[in-house]
Write a protein that binds this ligand. Structure first.
Ligand SMILES: C[S@@+](CC[C@H](N)C(=O)[O-])C[C@H]1O[C@@H](n2cnc3c(N)ncnc32)[C@H](O)[C@@H]1O
Length: 364
Protein backbone atom coordinates (compact mmCIF):
# COMPACT_ATOMS: atom_id res chain seq x y z
CA UNK A 1 0.00 0.00 0.00
CA UNK A 2 1.42 3.43 -0.94
CA UNK A 3 1.85 6.20 1.65
CA UNK A 4 -1.23 8.20 0.54
CA UNK A 5 -3.43 5.08 0.73
CA UNK A 6 -1.96 4.26 4.15
CA UNK A 7 -2.74 7.80 5.35
CA UNK A 8 -6.33 7.57 4.10
CA UNK A 9 -6.73 4.22 5.81
CA UNK A 10 -5.47 5.63 9.12
CA UNK A 11 -7.96 8.53 8.94
CA UNK A 12 -10.84 6.12 8.30
CA UNK A 13 -9.67 3.83 11.12
CA UNK A 14 -9.73 6.69 13.60
CA UNK A 15 -12.63 8.87 12.34
CA UNK A 16 -14.78 6.63 10.12
CA UNK A 17 -15.54 6.80 6.37
CA UNK A 18 -14.69 9.97 4.43
CA UNK A 19 -16.56 11.59 1.54
CA UNK A 20 -15.46 11.20 -2.08
CA UNK A 21 -14.59 14.91 -2.04
CA UNK A 22 -12.22 14.45 0.91
CA UNK A 23 -10.76 11.32 -0.69
CA UNK A 24 -10.07 13.30 -3.88
CA UNK A 25 -8.53 16.20 -1.97
CA UNK A 26 -6.11 13.97 -0.07
CA UNK A 27 -5.23 11.86 -3.12
CA UNK A 28 -4.58 14.83 -5.45
CA UNK A 29 -3.14 17.68 -3.42
CA UNK A 30 -3.57 17.21 0.34
CA UNK A 31 -0.05 15.95 1.18
CA UNK A 32 3.52 16.26 -0.05
CA UNK A 33 3.21 12.79 -1.59
CA UNK A 34 -0.22 13.41 -3.18
CA UNK A 35 -0.64 12.96 -6.92
CA UNK A 36 -0.03 16.50 -8.21
CA UNK A 37 2.45 17.41 -5.47
CA UNK A 38 5.20 14.96 -6.25
CA UNK A 39 5.75 14.89 -10.03
CA UNK A 40 4.65 15.91 -13.53
CA UNK A 41 1.75 13.69 -14.62
CA UNK A 42 1.17 15.33 -18.02
CA UNK A 43 2.37 14.12 -21.44
CA UNK A 44 3.20 11.00 -23.39
CA UNK A 45 5.24 9.50 -20.56
CA UNK A 46 2.83 10.69 -17.87
CA UNK A 47 -0.77 9.75 -17.28
CA UNK A 48 -2.72 12.07 -19.58
CA UNK A 49 -2.34 14.73 -22.24
CA UNK A 50 -4.01 18.14 -22.27
CA UNK A 51 -4.98 20.54 -25.08
CA UNK A 52 -2.02 22.94 -24.76
CA UNK A 53 0.34 19.96 -24.98
CA UNK A 54 -1.38 18.81 -28.19
CA UNK A 55 -0.99 22.03 -30.18
CA UNK A 56 0.36 25.56 -29.67
CA UNK A 57 -2.73 26.75 -31.57
CA UNK A 58 -4.88 26.12 -28.48
CA UNK A 59 -2.93 28.56 -26.30
CA UNK A 60 -2.55 31.06 -29.11
CA UNK A 61 -6.33 31.27 -29.57
CA UNK A 62 -6.70 31.85 -25.83
CA UNK A 63 -3.96 34.51 -25.97
CA UNK A 64 -5.88 36.37 -28.67
CA UNK A 65 -9.06 36.10 -26.56
CA UNK A 66 -7.21 37.68 -23.60
CA UNK A 67 -5.89 40.53 -25.76
CA UNK A 68 -9.39 41.12 -27.13
CA UNK A 69 -10.95 41.31 -23.64
CA UNK A 70 -8.12 43.59 -22.46
CA UNK A 71 -8.68 45.97 -25.38
CA UNK A 72 -12.48 45.94 -24.75
CA UNK A 73 -11.71 46.89 -21.14
CA UNK A 74 -10.04 50.02 -22.52
CA UNK A 75 -6.46 48.62 -22.68
CA UNK A 76 -5.69 49.25 -18.99
CA UNK A 77 -2.04 50.15 -18.26
CA UNK A 78 -1.95 47.57 -15.45
CA UNK A 79 -3.95 44.38 -15.05
CA UNK A 80 -3.56 40.88 -13.56
CA UNK A 81 -3.43 37.84 -15.81
CA UNK A 82 -4.14 34.64 -13.86
CA UNK A 83 -3.93 31.01 -14.88
CA UNK A 84 -5.49 28.41 -12.61
CA UNK A 85 -3.65 25.06 -12.58
CA UNK A 86 -1.03 25.83 -15.25
CA UNK A 87 0.40 22.29 -15.54
CA UNK A 88 3.73 22.55 -17.33
CA UNK A 89 3.29 26.26 -18.15
CA UNK A 90 2.74 25.53 -21.84
CA UNK A 91 -0.61 27.32 -22.09
CA UNK A 92 0.71 30.52 -20.48
CA UNK A 93 3.79 30.45 -22.71
CA UNK A 94 1.61 30.20 -25.84
CA UNK A 95 -0.81 32.85 -24.56
CA UNK A 96 2.05 35.30 -24.02
CA UNK A 97 3.59 34.52 -27.40
CA UNK A 98 0.30 35.22 -29.19
CA UNK A 99 -0.11 38.40 -27.12
CA UNK A 100 2.99 39.86 -28.75
CA UNK A 101 0.55 41.29 -31.30
CA UNK A 102 -0.25 43.82 -28.55
CA UNK A 103 3.04 44.81 -26.86
CA UNK A 104 1.19 47.10 -24.40
CA UNK A 105 -0.77 44.05 -23.16
CA UNK A 106 2.50 42.37 -22.18
CA UNK A 107 3.83 45.51 -20.47
CA UNK A 108 0.58 45.93 -18.55
CA UNK A 109 0.27 42.30 -17.36
CA UNK A 110 1.21 41.05 -13.90
CA UNK A 111 1.16 37.28 -14.14
CA UNK A 112 -0.17 35.13 -11.32
CA UNK A 113 -0.20 31.34 -11.45
CA UNK A 114 -2.40 29.37 -9.07
CA UNK A 115 -0.53 26.14 -8.51
CA UNK A 116 -0.18 23.99 -5.39
CA UNK A 117 2.34 21.54 -6.80
CA UNK A 118 6.02 22.32 -6.10
CA UNK A 119 7.01 19.91 -8.88
CA UNK A 120 4.84 21.70 -11.45
CA UNK A 121 5.83 25.17 -10.19
CA UNK A 122 9.44 24.28 -11.00
CA UNK A 123 8.51 23.19 -14.52
CA UNK A 124 6.44 26.34 -15.09
CA UNK A 125 9.30 28.57 -13.88
CA UNK A 126 11.82 26.83 -16.14
CA UNK A 127 9.59 27.07 -19.22
CA UNK A 128 8.48 30.67 -18.75
CA UNK A 129 11.96 31.92 -17.79
CA UNK A 130 13.50 30.18 -20.80
CA UNK A 131 11.28 32.38 -22.95
CA UNK A 132 12.49 35.49 -21.08
CA UNK A 133 8.97 36.23 -19.94
CA UNK A 134 7.89 38.82 -17.38
CA UNK A 135 7.86 38.35 -13.63
CA UNK A 136 5.56 35.57 -12.54
CA UNK A 137 4.17 35.02 -9.04
CA UNK A 138 2.77 31.76 -7.68
CA UNK A 139 -0.16 31.32 -5.30
CA UNK A 140 -1.78 28.31 -3.67
CA UNK A 141 -5.29 29.61 -4.23
CA UNK A 142 -7.11 32.29 -6.20
CA UNK A 143 -8.06 34.07 -2.96
CA UNK A 144 -4.35 34.63 -2.14
CA UNK A 145 -3.63 36.76 -5.24
CA UNK A 146 -2.91 40.48 -4.86
CA UNK A 147 -4.98 41.62 -7.82
CA UNK A 148 -3.66 44.76 -9.52
CA UNK A 149 -6.18 46.50 -11.81
CA UNK A 150 -8.67 44.50 -13.89
CA UNK A 151 -8.46 40.73 -13.89
CA UNK A 152 -8.25 38.18 -16.71
CA UNK A 153 -8.38 34.51 -15.63
CA UNK A 154 -7.87 31.43 -17.79
CA UNK A 155 -8.19 27.76 -16.80
CA UNK A 156 -7.89 24.51 -18.71
CA UNK A 157 -8.64 21.24 -16.92
CA UNK A 158 -8.41 22.92 -13.51
CA UNK A 159 -11.99 22.68 -12.27
CA UNK A 160 -12.23 18.94 -13.00
CA UNK A 161 -9.41 18.34 -10.51
CA UNK A 162 -11.24 20.06 -7.65
CA UNK A 163 -13.03 17.75 -5.21
CA UNK A 164 -16.58 16.67 -5.97
CA UNK A 165 -19.11 15.08 -3.60
CA UNK A 166 -21.28 12.24 -4.82
CA UNK A 167 -24.84 11.64 -3.61
CA UNK A 168 -26.53 8.31 -4.25
CA UNK A 169 -30.26 7.61 -4.20
CA UNK A 170 -30.93 4.81 -1.70
CA UNK A 171 -34.12 3.13 -0.51
CA UNK A 172 -34.43 5.70 2.28
CA UNK A 173 -33.61 8.75 0.12
CA UNK A 174 -30.40 10.48 -0.93
CA UNK A 175 -27.14 9.47 0.79
CA UNK A 176 -23.51 10.58 0.65
CA UNK A 177 -21.05 8.27 -1.13
CA UNK A 178 -18.11 7.52 1.14
CA UNK A 179 -14.80 5.70 1.21
CA UNK A 180 -14.47 3.29 4.13
CA UNK A 181 -12.71 -0.01 4.88
CA UNK A 182 -13.86 -3.60 4.35
CA UNK A 183 -13.16 -6.44 6.79
CA UNK A 184 -9.77 -7.02 5.16
CA UNK A 185 -8.82 -3.38 5.78
CA UNK A 186 -9.04 -2.45 2.10
CA UNK A 187 -10.59 0.79 0.83
CA UNK A 188 -14.23 0.30 -0.07
CA UNK A 189 -17.05 2.51 -1.39
CA UNK A 190 -20.11 2.93 0.80
CA UNK A 191 -22.93 5.36 1.55
CA UNK A 192 -24.21 7.10 4.65
CA UNK A 193 -27.10 9.46 5.43
CA UNK A 194 -26.06 13.10 5.13
CA UNK A 195 -27.92 16.35 5.72
CA UNK A 196 -26.13 17.98 2.76
CA UNK A 197 -27.88 15.64 0.32
CA UNK A 198 -31.23 17.40 0.63
CA UNK A 199 -29.54 20.79 0.08
CA UNK A 200 -27.26 19.81 -2.83
CA UNK A 201 -29.50 17.60 -4.96
CA UNK A 202 -31.70 19.87 -7.13
CA UNK A 203 -35.45 19.61 -6.63
CA UNK A 204 -35.87 18.45 -10.26
CA UNK A 205 -33.73 15.35 -9.51
CA UNK A 206 -34.98 14.45 -6.03
CA UNK A 207 -37.30 11.73 -7.41
CA UNK A 208 -34.54 10.03 -9.45
CA UNK A 209 -34.61 6.21 -9.49
CA UNK A 210 -32.87 4.06 -6.89
CA UNK A 211 -29.10 3.90 -7.49
CA UNK A 212 -28.85 7.28 -9.29
CA UNK A 213 -25.78 9.42 -8.62
CA UNK A 214 -25.64 13.21 -8.44
CA UNK A 215 -22.32 15.09 -8.24
CA UNK A 216 -21.83 18.47 -6.65
CA UNK A 217 -18.63 20.47 -6.16
CA UNK A 218 -18.79 23.29 -3.65
CA UNK A 219 -15.07 23.95 -4.25
CA UNK A 220 -15.61 24.68 -7.96
CA UNK A 221 -18.49 27.01 -7.23
CA UNK A 222 -16.55 28.85 -4.51
CA UNK A 223 -13.65 29.55 -6.89
CA UNK A 224 -16.04 30.72 -9.64
CA UNK A 225 -17.90 33.05 -7.25
CA UNK A 226 -14.63 34.50 -5.90
CA UNK A 227 -13.37 35.22 -9.44
CA UNK A 228 -16.68 36.79 -10.44
CA UNK A 229 -16.69 39.11 -7.42
CA UNK A 230 -13.26 40.50 -8.29
CA UNK A 231 -14.21 40.81 -11.96
CA UNK A 232 -17.34 42.68 -10.99
CA UNK A 233 -15.38 45.09 -8.75
CA UNK A 234 -12.25 45.58 -10.85
CA UNK A 235 -13.45 44.75 -14.38
CA UNK A 236 -12.22 41.80 -16.41
CA UNK A 237 -13.09 38.40 -17.80
CA UNK A 238 -12.50 34.69 -17.35
CA UNK A 239 -12.34 31.78 -19.79
CA UNK A 240 -12.77 28.18 -18.62
CA UNK A 241 -12.22 24.91 -20.54
CA UNK A 242 -12.94 21.48 -19.17
CA UNK A 243 -14.65 18.29 -20.01
CA UNK A 244 -18.17 18.62 -18.84
CA UNK A 245 -21.90 18.82 -19.42
CA UNK A 246 -24.89 21.07 -19.07
CA UNK A 247 -26.67 20.25 -15.82
CA UNK A 248 -28.39 19.50 -13.68
CA UNK A 249 -27.86 15.87 -14.59
CA UNK A 250 -27.49 12.48 -12.97
CA UNK A 251 -24.42 10.32 -13.50
CA UNK A 252 -21.22 9.03 -11.95
CA UNK A 253 -18.38 10.71 -13.88
CA UNK A 254 -15.59 10.19 -11.35
CA UNK A 255 -12.65 8.54 -13.06
CA UNK A 256 -9.08 7.54 -12.32
CA UNK A 257 -6.46 7.56 -15.06
CA UNK A 258 -2.95 6.17 -14.93
CA UNK A 259 -0.56 5.78 -17.85
CA UNK A 260 -3.29 6.94 -20.30
CA UNK A 261 -5.63 4.15 -19.11
CA UNK A 262 -8.62 4.09 -16.81
CA UNK A 263 -7.88 2.68 -13.37
CA UNK A 264 -10.01 1.79 -10.34
CA UNK A 265 -10.97 4.86 -8.30
CA UNK A 266 -9.73 3.31 -5.06
CA UNK A 267 -6.86 1.30 -6.48
CA UNK A 268 -3.95 3.70 -6.08
CA UNK A 269 -4.85 7.01 -4.45
CA UNK A 270 -1.98 9.44 -4.95
CA UNK A 271 -0.64 7.46 -7.90
CA UNK A 272 -3.46 7.98 -10.42
CA UNK A 273 -5.25 11.12 -11.62
CA UNK A 274 -8.79 11.55 -10.30
CA UNK A 275 -11.27 13.83 -12.05
CA UNK A 276 -14.96 14.27 -12.64
CA UNK A 277 -16.82 16.01 -15.43
CA UNK A 278 -17.67 19.63 -14.72
CA UNK A 279 -21.31 20.72 -14.47
CA UNK A 280 -20.98 23.88 -16.59
CA UNK A 281 -24.48 25.04 -15.70
CA UNK A 282 -23.60 25.03 -12.00
CA UNK A 283 -20.33 26.82 -12.80
CA UNK A 284 -22.15 29.44 -14.90
CA UNK A 285 -24.63 30.01 -12.07
CA UNK A 286 -21.77 30.49 -9.61
CA UNK A 287 -20.10 33.07 -11.89
CA UNK A 288 -23.45 34.84 -12.28
CA UNK A 289 -24.03 34.61 -8.50
CA UNK A 290 -20.72 36.46 -8.00
CA UNK A 291 -21.99 39.25 -10.26
CA UNK A 292 -20.37 38.46 -13.63
CA UNK A 293 -22.10 38.39 -17.04
CA UNK A 294 -21.88 34.80 -18.25
CA UNK A 295 -21.71 33.60 -21.87
CA UNK A 296 -23.61 30.67 -23.29
CA UNK A 297 -21.93 27.32 -22.72
CA UNK A 298 -19.99 26.53 -25.89
CA UNK A 299 -17.76 23.72 -27.06
CA UNK A 300 -14.00 23.66 -27.50
CA UNK A 301 -14.56 23.10 -31.24
CA UNK A 302 -16.92 26.07 -31.52
CA UNK A 303 -14.60 28.41 -29.62
CA UNK A 304 -11.38 27.40 -31.39
CA UNK A 305 -12.98 27.56 -34.82
CA UNK A 306 -14.32 31.06 -34.17
CA UNK A 307 -10.93 32.15 -32.83
CA UNK A 308 -9.17 31.12 -36.06
CA UNK A 309 -7.58 27.78 -35.12
CA UNK A 310 -8.04 26.43 -38.66
CA UNK A 311 -6.42 29.49 -40.30
CA UNK A 312 -3.58 29.53 -37.74
CA UNK A 313 -2.87 25.86 -38.44
CA UNK A 314 -2.70 26.63 -42.18
CA UNK A 315 -0.18 29.42 -41.49
CA UNK A 316 1.98 27.14 -39.36
CA UNK A 317 1.89 24.50 -42.11
CA UNK A 318 3.46 26.89 -44.63
CA UNK A 319 6.92 26.55 -43.09
CA UNK A 320 6.49 22.98 -41.86
CA UNK A 321 7.98 19.70 -43.09
CA UNK A 322 5.59 17.03 -44.42
CA UNK A 323 5.76 15.23 -41.09
CA UNK A 324 5.05 18.45 -39.17
CA UNK A 325 2.14 19.26 -41.50
CA UNK A 326 0.57 15.91 -40.71
CA UNK A 327 1.13 16.49 -36.97
CA UNK A 328 -0.47 19.95 -37.14
CA UNK A 329 -3.52 18.58 -38.97
CA UNK A 330 -3.94 15.66 -36.60
CA UNK A 331 -3.58 17.97 -33.56
CA UNK A 332 -6.27 20.30 -34.92
CA UNK A 333 -8.53 17.33 -35.50
CA UNK A 334 -7.96 16.04 -31.99
CA UNK A 335 -8.80 19.41 -30.47
CA UNK A 336 -11.90 20.09 -32.56
CA UNK A 337 -13.50 16.91 -33.87
CA UNK A 338 -16.63 15.57 -32.21
CA UNK A 339 -15.15 12.09 -31.76
CA UNK A 340 -12.15 13.50 -29.85
CA UNK A 341 -12.10 16.62 -27.63
CA UNK A 342 -14.22 18.96 -29.76
CA UNK A 343 -17.59 18.62 -28.07
CA UNK A 344 -16.82 16.71 -24.87
CA UNK A 345 -14.81 19.75 -23.80
CA UNK A 346 -16.98 22.73 -22.95
CA UNK A 347 -16.01 26.36 -22.63
CA UNK A 348 -17.62 29.35 -21.04
CA UNK A 349 -16.58 32.86 -20.25
CA UNK A 350 -17.73 35.49 -17.81
CA UNK A 351 -17.04 39.21 -18.09
CA UNK A 352 -17.64 42.29 -15.98
CA UNK A 353 -20.07 44.10 -18.27
CA UNK A 354 -22.68 43.38 -20.92
CA UNK A 355 -20.89 45.97 -23.04
CA UNK A 356 -17.97 43.56 -23.48
CA UNK A 357 -18.87 41.12 -26.27
CA UNK A 358 -16.18 38.46 -25.86
CA UNK A 359 -14.75 36.85 -29.00
CA UNK A 360 -15.36 33.16 -29.69
CA UNK A 361 -18.94 32.96 -28.39
CA UNK A 362 -21.03 34.12 -31.31
CA UNK A 363 -24.14 32.06 -32.10
CA UNK A 364 -23.34 29.32 -34.62
C1 LIG B 1 -5.06 18.43 -15.27
S1 LIG B 1 -3.79 19.53 -14.85
C2 LIG B 1 -4.04 20.76 -16.11
C3 LIG B 1 -2.78 21.46 -16.46
C4 LIG B 1 -2.85 22.54 -17.52
N1 LIG B 1 -3.90 23.48 -17.30
C5 LIG B 1 -2.94 21.96 -18.90
O1 LIG B 1 -3.94 22.20 -19.57
O2 LIG B 1 -2.00 21.28 -19.32
C6 LIG B 1 -4.41 20.29 -13.36
C7 LIG B 1 -3.55 21.43 -12.84
O3 LIG B 1 -4.19 22.03 -11.71
C8 LIG B 1 -3.32 21.98 -10.58
N2 LIG B 1 -4.18 21.80 -9.40
C9 LIG B 1 -4.95 20.74 -9.13
N3 LIG B 1 -5.66 20.95 -8.00
C10 LIG B 1 -5.33 22.19 -7.57
C11 LIG B 1 -5.74 22.98 -6.46
N4 LIG B 1 -6.61 22.52 -5.56
N5 LIG B 1 -5.21 24.21 -6.34
C12 LIG B 1 -4.33 24.68 -7.26
N6 LIG B 1 -3.89 23.96 -8.32
C13 LIG B 1 -4.39 22.73 -8.48
C14 LIG B 1 -2.40 20.82 -10.87
O4 LIG B 1 -1.24 20.83 -10.11
C15 LIG B 1 -2.17 21.03 -12.37
O5 LIG B 1 -1.28 22.08 -12.62
Amino acid sequence: MNTVAAHIRSIIESDGPISIAEFMRIALTGRADSYYMRSDPIGLYGDFITAPEISQVFGECIGLWCVDVWSKLGSPAAFTLVELGPGRGTLMRDVLRAARVAPDFLTAATIALVEVSPALRNLQAALLRADGLPTVRWYNGFQDIDVIGPLIVIANEFFDALPVAQFVKGHEGWTLRTVGLNDAGELMLGTQPDAQASVCVPVSLLDAPFGSTFEHSIERENVARAIARVIQNEGGGTLVFDYGFEGPALGDTLQAVKGHRYAGILMEPGMADLTSHVDFTALAEAFAGGGACVSKISTQAGFLTQMGAVERTQILKRLASEQQKAQLESALKRLTSADAMGTLFKVLCAVSSQAIQPAGFEAE
